[in-house]
Design a protein around this ligand. Structure first.
Ligand SMILES: [Zn+2]
Length: 373
């Protein structure tokens, strides 16, 4: 394993943060490349503990000579967010300087790369992929950055943009395991969902504001659309945001199991040799992100949930009560659809209009930007 340190742009004299990546296997291997990062939202820690277990399992596999692909692990993807503590609270989702979400606004080089390589593309899909990956990496490296945050985003894309598999390990507040991926990746994502025993995969295309996972996968389906029948362009990257339950689900039992399941998936994809575990039966399904319905509180007060995460609910089921402490009025929060009650907030005081939970239905209902803040 090689450790590589990537200095970020220094924001002020005396301050220099760095991103650290761990490299296993062989660069440019025919068996493919996987990129895994943890805690891009720096206060979401199940992924960081999973990375600790991944590291040990990868070290054992490497010692046994069983890693035939290339695997890059970034065990902590956001050194900026990791240092943001305000009044004893850790704020790792938004950069304090700009208010920007660390998982949005990844640069788009799609058109620039398409224009640069168009005259070199041909009938061989594998050759096209190779050409596009090289040009994409060069375009990302050449694009100027002005801030530390932009240099973090560029470094993460430099490491991941040419991978066959990209896993971005996050968590929700309180939740069951669930995945986000783009619709053209749905088929390739299914085995991952099975190995991770994920209850739900949320599918969208271009859900808004360029999150990291979509920046890695959307280049391919957008190039495919651009070049149409002229040149074959496969969906060469499966990129997935993996939500490892809730923010306090940080235990060795869960993390070692999640790490093992990720390894089993890499094994199944051929990056690791040896007898592979059989593909498990699915425990969930894929649904449109546009059918994932936020439950908003129309009232303010103490919030108490009546259903645990993971419940199958019907339209009109009472999911929670919001209780005004002065008037004693109780407001019921109802499920707007039949679906899986897959995530809820960990705060227990609701302000008016606050989103406190999510139910994933089967019908695409929402339009516009589909991700929350
Ligand atoms: Zn997150």
């Amino acid at each position: 394993m090689q450790i590589v340190k990537h200095p970020l742009l220094s924001p002020a004299p005396g301050t220099q943060r760095e991103l650290v990546s761990l490299h296993y296997g062989t660069v440019g291997s025919e068996a493919g490349k996987a990129y895994i990062q943890a805690s891009l939202h720096a206060d979401e820690l199940p992924g960081m503990l999973t990375a600790h277990h991944l590291r040990r399992q990868l070290a054992a596999l490497e010692a046994a000579g069983r890693i035939v692909g290339e695997v890059i692990l970034v065990p902590m993807a956001n050194p900026i967010g990791l240092s943001q503590h305000v009044l004893h609270s850790h704020l790792g989702r938004f950069e304090l300087t700009t208010g920007e979400n660390f998982n949005r606004h990844y640069p788009d080089q799609i058109e620039a790369v398409a224009t640069a390589v168009e005259s070199h593309l041909g009938p061989d899909p594998a050759a096209n992929v190779k050409l596009l990956r090289t040009a994409l990496r060069q375009a990302i490296e050449a694009a100027p950055v002005e801030t530390e945050l932009q240099s973090l985003r560029r470094t993460l894309l430099q490491l991941s943009c040419d991978a066959d598999i990209v896993l971005d390990l996050h968590c929700d507040a309180e939740a069951v395991v669930h995945l986000y991926t783009e619709t053209p990746c749905a088929e390739a994502c299914d085995p991952l969902a099975r190995f991770l025993r994920s209850r739900l995969t949320l599918l969208a295309m271009d859900s808004g504001d360029n999150p990291f996972d979509e920046a890695c996968s959307q280049v391919w389906w957008k190039w495919k659309a651009r070049f149409g029948e002229r040149f074959p362009i496969p969906q060469a990257c499966l990129s997935v945001t993996v939500e490892l339950r809730g923010a306090t689900d940080v235990t060795h039992e869960l993390a070692s199991e999640d790490a093992k399941n990720i390894i089993d998936f890499l094994h199944w994809r051929g990056l690791i040799t040896g007898a592979a575990r059989a593909l498990p039966e699915p425990v969930g399904d894929a649904r449109p992100l546009a059918g994932s319905m936020p439950i908003k509180s129309p009232a303010t007060g103490v919030l108490t949930f009546l259903k645990p995460v993971g419940s199958e609910v019907k339209q009109g089921d009472v999911l929670a009560h919001v209780i005004d402490p002065i008037t004693d009025e109780v407001t019921e929060l109802l499920s707007p659809v039949d679906g899986l009650f897959f995530a809820r907030d960990f705060l227990r005081f609701a302000t008016r209009g606050m989103r406190v939970a999510k139910v994933a239905g089967r019908e695409a209902i929402r339009t516009g930007k589909l991700l929350g803040a």
